[in-house]
Design a protein around this ligand. Structure first.
Ligand SMILES: [Zn+2]
Length: 186
């Protein structure tokens, strides 16, 4: 394999993070368990350069794009949950605002520019406690949603037409449930 060849992330290996991290990301020395002040938690620290490894959750941000009472969902073209339906979203990049990531991911996944509205909620999937999903309501700014490599099918759903048994994640189900409840209250 050439170093420049594009690769997919190996999800099985990714899930070994953070437990299997052994070496300092900064200097390469082997980490040792130390008691870290002020919390007195046992964390891995580098005996050579002093870097402390603080594992942190992964932040995901997405948009529930609503147009004339219908919600935009995409059929995922990649693992995990290949072929299941969810709203556009993805990982927030390092030093990126969550709201900017939600708008960026929506454009990358379905080619739609949106105005992000209020925060709908923050959701955590019970099978992946490491990912916190920030979901904004959003409205289309123009253009039509299009299929991409990441979204093999894209369409707006009437509330009654949502295919609940084919949703990708528990967080998808919870966000759609919260949206429907907010619509009913109006
Ligand atoms: Zn180090």
């Amino acid at each position: 394999m050439n170093d420049d060849d594009a690769i997919h992330a190996n999800h099985r290996v990714q899930h070994n993070y953070p437990a299997a991290v052994k070496f300092c990301a900064l200097c390469g020395a082997e980490m040792a368990l130390r008691t870290i002040l002020p919390d007195r938690k046992r964390m891995r620290a580098c005996p050579r350069c002093g870097f402390v490894f603080f594992p942190s959750p992964k932040l995901v941000a997405g948009c529930l794009v609503v147009n004339a009472g219908r919600v935009l969902l995409l059929k995922r073209g990649f693992e995990p949950a290949l072929g299941m339906w969810t709203f556009p979203g993805g990982f927030v990049e390092f030093a990126e605002r969550a709201i900017d990531a939600a708008v960026r991911e929506t454009f990358e996944e379905v080619g739609l520019r949106v105005d992000p509205g209020p925060l709908l909620g923050v959701y955590t999937d019970p099978v992946n406690l490491n990912a916190q999903v920030v979901v904004y309501l959003a409205t289309p700014k123009g253009g039509e949603p299009t299929r991409t490599e990441e979204a093999v099918e894209v369409r707006f759903f009437e509330p009654d037409a949502i295919i609940w048994e084919s949703l990708a994640f528990e967080s998808t189900r919870e966000a759609l449930t919260d949206w429907l409840q907010s619509v009913k209250r109006q």
